[in-house]
Design a binder for this molecule. Structure first.
Ligand code: THU
Length: 159
């Protein structure tokens, strides 16, 4: 029997359509993106994460000559956040990615590994985390939960 899973997302047509806090997150993600350490892929990713206490934490991708030893922007940011603010809830994550020096307009979605990492903290805090992903230019995609990006997700309930 064929079944369907419904996922929800919103398309925000441009930066101008964002509200003030979203604009701040966009700007901070873009600023930190430009400082990514990505000499091997030249693909620069920035992440800005809003905490329930109003603080914004930022991070970017960190590559390594031994390629698998590098880490994505989202995990760099969320791991640091959990290490330093283990009991503070995360409200929103904003991700911007693009090749260095290219004014891309394609929204860059978080990779599968980062979705899984975000899911862990969403489950831990028992509250959904809104995900936004974008490029430096163009549309922004928003979901209310990482579960919209990760159907059939694996979590601790299976252990
Ligand atoms: N990258 C991220 O930082 N986040 C993602 O979700 C996708 C990929 C980084 C990893 C690597 O440094 C570069 O982009 C190319 O894959």
């Amino acid at each position: 029997m064929e079944k369907e899973i419904k996922i929800n997302f919103e398309v925000i047509t441009s930066y101008d359509q964002l509200n003030d806090i979203e604009k701040t997150l966009f700007n901070k993600a873009e600023t930190i993106r430009e400082k990514a350490y990505a000499p091997y892929s030249n693909f620069f990713v920035g992440c800005a994460l809003l905490l329930e206490n109003g603080e914004i934490i930022t991070g970017n991708n960190q590559e390594n000559a031994a390629y698998p030893s590098g880490l994505c922007a989202e995990r760099t940011t969320i791991f640091w956040t959990s290490a330093n603010y283990p009991d503070v809830k995360i409200k929103k994550i904003f991700v911007i990615g693009a090749p260095k020096d290219i004014l891309s307009s394609i929204p860059i979605p978080p990779c599968g590994g980062c979705r899984q990492a975000i899911l862990e903290y969403e489950a831990k805090q028992k509250e959904e985390i809104e995900i936004y992903f974008a490029s430096p230019n163009g549309e922004i995609i928003k979901t209310k939960s990482v579960r919209d990006l990760l159907p059939f997700s694996f979590d601790s309930s299976f252990l």
